[in-house]
Design a protein around this ligand. Structure first.
Ligand code: ZN
Ligand code: ZN
Length: 351
């Protein structure tokens, strides 16, 4: 089968791999769509501490596929089913897994990191992923591409659950990439009375506008703090979600939030970055500062339900489609920030 194979930092090669042979508890899945994530870009450039030197890996953890073989012991899934996967498979034994928080499991396995992922014609879904509830049927009316991009959206749902977005809230989302756009959709769906999105690029802001943002702030032309205060009668917003990996953006959040403001640090930072947080703002204005990472299998299932049972149209977030052969261009397109989500789409696969 054709596959894009990560060999070492900076090197992804197109090549042929044997089609995996499923064991009695496994599924063999023909991949239909796999989207490029920031995590794929980071691994392709810097590697990953869970991918030992000398190990080759197929990246890609946001995917939709069709079951083409099911082991004799598999229950609940059969040949012909369309599925997607929550990529992080918890160990099933630790305290975090016991609470259903598999995204915090220290001993996880993950598609596209410790196991091969979706940038190949076929994917082996091992028994542990089925046992831990990481495999989900895709409702008929969700396209392959939309189902593939629900993984990052589930992380956004997880982030918003930590700060409880509701109808009473004005919400500021800093960043209008795919993540900022998913947050926009979810905040609107939660009924937030005002959703403000800030970004440096107008084309991205325009997409956030199409997805329902009430106010757009182009921070390359306007002062973010000034605009937020103007839009909130000088009170600051109720919720700030930072979706930009810049220390100064995270440091600015306490000043943009009002009294009782809740802040979610959604994007992590490079190892060395330690933003200055104004703790007096937290103290005297009783603000809450949270961070979230990834999503649980519950969040993942819930986001499929949310999109399947509403008229949310995520198609503006998918801006480019590529064949597997053009993986380098797909990754470059994502890295450049030109478009939103780049999706690898598969024609009929040959074994
Ligand atoms: Zn991802
Ligand atoms: Zn665990």
């Amino acid at each position: 089968m054709r596959a894009a194979i990560f060999r070492r930092p900076g090197v992804i090669e197109l090549g042929d791999l044997p089609v995996p042979v499923p064991g009695p508890g496994d599924l063999l899945v023909k991949v239909r769509a796999a989207s490029v994530c920031g995590t794929d870009l980071r691994i392709s450039k810097h590697g990953h501490f869970r991918i030992p030197e000398g190990t080759s890996r197929v990246l890609g953890h946001e995917l939709t596929g069709e079951v083409v073989e099911a082991g004799a012991e598999v229950q609940g899934f059969a040949v012909g089913d369309r599925i997607s996967v929550a990529p992080n498979v918890g160990c099933g034994r630790c305290a975090m897994c016991a609470k259903g928080l598999n995204q915090l499991c220290p001993d996880y396995e993950a598609f596209g990191i410790t196991m091969n992922g979706g940038f190949a014609e076929y994917l082996l879904v091992p028994a542990i992923a089925l046992e831990r509830g990481n495999v989900f049927p895709v409702p008929d009316f969700l396209s392959d591409e939309v189902a593939a991009i629900l993984e990052p959206m589930s992380c956004c749902l997880h982030g918003q659950r930590a700060i409880g977005v509701s109808a009473a809230d004005s919400v500021l989302i800093i960043g209008a990439g795919p993540i900022g756009c998913f947050h926009t959709v979810l905040a609107k769906r939660a009924g937030a009375r005002q959703v403000i999105v800030a970004n440096t690029r107008q084309p991205r802001l325009d997409i956030a506008g199409r997805l329902g943002a009430d106010e757009l702030i182009n921070v390359s032309e306007q002062d973010l703090h000034e605009e937020v205060m103007r839009l909130t009668d000088g009170q600051g917003v109720d919720v700030v979600i930072t979706c930009v990996s810049k220390p100064e953006v995270i440091a600015s959040a306490t000043g943009l939030a009002g009294r009782l403001g809740r802040i979610n640090v959604f994007s992590g930072l490079g190892d060395q970055a330690r933003p200055q947080i104004d703790v007096n703002s937290l103290h005297y204005r009783e603000q809450i500062l949270t961070g979230t990472t990834g999503s649980s299998v519950t969040d993942y299932g819930d986001v499929i339900d949310i999109v399947a049972t509403s008229d949310i149209d995520l198609s503006p977030i998918i801006t480019s489609r590529f064949a597997l052969e053009d993986i380098a261009a797909a990754m470059e397109n994502s890295r450049s920030g030109q478009g939103m989500k780049s999706v690898i789409v598969f024609e009929e696969a040959t074994r």
